[in-house]
Ligand binder design. Sequence first.
Ligand code: FES
Length: 253
Amino acid sequence: MSFEPRILGFLCNWCSYAGADLAGVSRIQYPPNMRVIRVMCSGRVDPQFIFEALQQGLDGVYVMGCHIGDCHYLEGNHEAIKKFNMVIKFLSIVNLENRVRLDWVSASEGVRFSELVSEFIQDIKNIGPSPLRRDCPDKRLMEKLKAIERAAASDRIRALVGRERKITEQENVYGEKVSQEIYDELLNTAIHDEYIRSRILILLEKEPKSVKDIAAEIEIDPNKVLENILVLKGRAQVDMSEIVDITPIYVRT
Ligand code: FES
């Protein structure tokens, strides 16, 4: 059954927004499903904005900026790519990665703007409504997305993404450079770990639990849960509250 998607667009002031404006004044037709938020640069779009929009039940999120080399702030769109890649990796965990897109549109590309938006809307129509639409949101998925939002905002992920170009393009004090391949591995591991840790924290915020109960709820190996509980204990985010029979019960500190 066809539906009318609700799309949120973050458009950079200097190129894409002007491109959208040109499409408007040139009376180029495109579906009216996208609401626009103007930002000064695509690099300004914090991943939290995207996760929040999806939690609000929007069917898709489009980020648009200036073409590479044309950013008004020189490298904002390079930063946007790094952040967006991280967002895609996180959203792949819950199969929502096809609901977000990043593209470049210049101020003179009214036709390109309308074509890209029409294409995205059609793709979202083909995928179907968001499972997080307000009338009947999938509660388990919502919980996973909240964990993703929290994990993406962690110091470890922010530091890795914020320093990606420095890490992969410049030599360290020992004259070594980290290859893109190794960096990607590091980021994938960090994303996986921080996601699991966020899920554990969210569960423990509701009530104290044993490792076995946590493992059953988030459907992972209890050894993996214990490993992450120890890390969270080290960060002073989790503590043992009591021992019931011979089972330790953990609590959010
Ligand atoms: S100003 Fe447009 S992407 Fe940076």
